[in-house]
Unconditional design. Sequence first.
Length: 214
Amino acid sequence: MIEILWQCHSCVVVNKPVGLPTTSPQGIDGLESCLRKQLAEAGSPASYLTAVHRLDRPVSGLVLIALRKKAARLLSEQFRLRHVQKKYIAVVQGHALEACKQEPWQDTIAKLADEARVEIVGSDSADGRAAETRVSFLDHDSATDSSRIELRPVTGRMHQLRIQAAHRGHPIMGDPLYGNAEDESALKLVAAKLSFRDPTNGRAVEVSLPKLPF
């Protein structure tokens, strides 16, 4: 069951579970296919349904889903113009206070050829793309030597938050790609808040998770 946290006739905001891809090939469960089935079973079948943005499979939290083509265009334009505000909460290794003081985090990121991962490169790299994230320190747990931080990406690059945190010596807990975890099933990164304009009337909308997982 996909939790719907906000809705209008043209779009919904849902809470994506950990381990579920946002999109998936036919025959494999994904957020879009599961929500489509759920709406149909509830008597409200969607003739059109698409995620306007994506979260990685191991990341849980808020995803904006368009239920009309016009809404998808309008919401995609909001993302393109960076009018959509996103806030993530992450648990990272070590005491991240000093790293968070060096905000915003600004890097150049490039995708590795034939791999589903990225790296930090020089600003003059032909394949690099600018990445920027606003960061705030929340607290530190001395028992586990880990910190909770708030991440507000300005850009939306692949694995942006994961690589930027790791690059500063504080990989996100449970990250096998940029940290030392064995698998990503326990990645401690959640999309906690989403702010945008309702495509039907232009009103400001802010949706937050009712409860954070960590």
